[in-house]
Design a protein around this ligand. Sequence first.
Ligand code: UDP
Length: 333
Amino acid sequence: MSEKVLVTGGAGYIGSHACKVLKAAGYVPVTYDSLVTGWRGAVKFGPFEQGDLMDRGRLDEVFAAHQPVAVMHFAALSQVGEAMSEPGKYWRGNVCASLNLIEATLAAGVRDFVFSSTCATYGDHDGVVLDEDTPQLPLNAYGASKRAIEDMLVDFGNSDGLNSVIFRYFNVAGADPDTEVGEFHQPETHLVPLILDAIDGGRDALTIYGTDYPTEDGTCIRDYVHVMDLVDAHVQGLNWLRAGNGPTKGGTERFCLGTGKGFSVREVVAAAGSVTNRAVPMKDGERRAGDAVKLVSGSAKAGRVLGWSPDRSTMPQMIRDAWRWHQNGGYEQ
Ligand code: UDP
C-alpha cells in the first residue's frame, strides 16, 4: 500500500501543487486544512481532513486514522502587510499552531518533517545574495514567525530526534500547466496574479509599491521560482530524508529555493505584457511596509545535495502557466 504523507495547507496554493507531485511520486497526500484561506476544490489528489492546527485533538485523530510516514507543513498565514498590522495573528497562527503540529507529529511516532519557510526570514542585507548561512533578521512578524518555527525544529531535533528539511522559498509564481490547481488567494496580494488581473480588467491597475528603492529602476527585486519546481524540491527532500540521508538522529537541513536571478517589479510587469501580448494598466504607489529591497538566492545547495534543478523557473514560463490558469482555472467559492 502506498505510504501517506500528511500535508497541512494542502488546499492552498503551494500545498495543492505538492499534493499533485506527491501523488505522482507514489505517495498518498492527506490534506489537513482549515479552509480559512484554502479551497476544498483544490484537494484533488488524496483524502481531505478539515481541521485547524490549534485543535490538538483533531490532529491526533487524523494521525491515528491515516498513519502518515511524514509531514509536509505548508499551512500558514503569509501576508507581509497583515503581519505588520496584526503581529499577534502571526505568532499565534504560525508559531503556536506549528508547535501543536510538531508535538502531535512526535506523539504519533512520525520523525520526518518537511517545512515551508521563507526568504522573508532574512530581512534586508543590502543587496547581498542570500544562502543557508546568511543571518536571519526578519523585518516583519511573518518572517519572524517562520524563523521561530525553524528554531523549534532544531530544538525538537535535539530533544526528540525529529528529522527535518527546511525550505526557504523565494518568490513563488506560476501554476500547474494542466490547470488542475493554481494560485487563488482571496484577497490576492501577490504580484504575478495581480498583474494578470489588471491585464484582464479584473482590477483597474496594478499599483507598483515603491519606485524610489536603491535599484536600477527604483522597484524591489525578487527571485521568482516556478511552483512546480518548488514542490519537486519537497518530494526530493522528503525522499532524501526517508532514505536516511538526512540528519538521521534528529536535526535539520536548510535549503534555499531560488534561481539566483533577480527581477524588479517593472521587469516582471514588462515580461507579463510581452507573454500575454496585452497592455498592463499600472500606476506608481507608495512603498509597502515590511518589504525588503532585494531578495535573491545565492545558493546551489538544493541542486548539489538533492539534485534539484529549477528548469521551469524562467519568467516567461511562469507567466505563461499563471496566465493559462488565470484564464481557465479557478475553484468554486
Ligand atoms: N508588489 C507590487 N504591487 C503589488 C503587489 C506586489 O509592487 O500589487 C511588489 C512587492 O512590493 C514586492 C514584489 O512585488 O516587491 C513581490 O511581492 P509579493 O507580494 O508578490 O511577494 P513577497 O515578496 O511579498 O513575498
